[in-house]
Ligand binder design. Sequence first.
Ligand code: MN3
Length: 200
Amino acid sequence: MAFELVALPYAHDALAPHMGVQTLELHHGKHHNTYVTTLNTLIAGTPFETMTLEQIVKESYGKPETQGIFNNAGQNWNHNLFWPSMKPGGGGAIPSELENRLISDFGSVEQFKQMFIDAGKTQFGSGWAWLVVDQGKLAVTKTPNGETPLVHGKHVLLGCDVWEHAYYLDYQNRRPDYLKAFLDNLVNWEFVAERLRQTD
Ligand code: MN3
């Protein structure tokens, strides 16, 4: 079964000015689409062809001979999570059950946001900043390139793409400004809260 590019859950202009039309058209329509087509090409005729995306990510991780498959499978998984984690008019009130967990595990929502921004800012080169559930506790982490916390046994609640293709047209070199706008104006906190419920 060949994988298909997931549809964006909003229009290309719906996240402006925080994430512009051109960024979404290129990022979803070109970058993500290339991960889909490349993955399909790489797994054709291999045992990976019959696996789910999550299985491919886990099975291809950490093996030099399947590094290419992992890169593209990981990036598909990451982007499939990234698009619905944002919404027009996002970043508002956080559902109370999630807010309470952020406060109990990080001290405050502001403390969590600062840690998340720092993780994204200090990811040298391309990668992702994450909010995960790690052994029952919320934690912030970061990964390089297409790597995902899934392969480290963590349940992902939220991820922010800090590859330059995600923000350069809108923010140029100001990655921290992009991370702040992501948290304050783009995140669909109901989506994050729903993923938290899936761990209970
Ligand atoms: Mn990307």
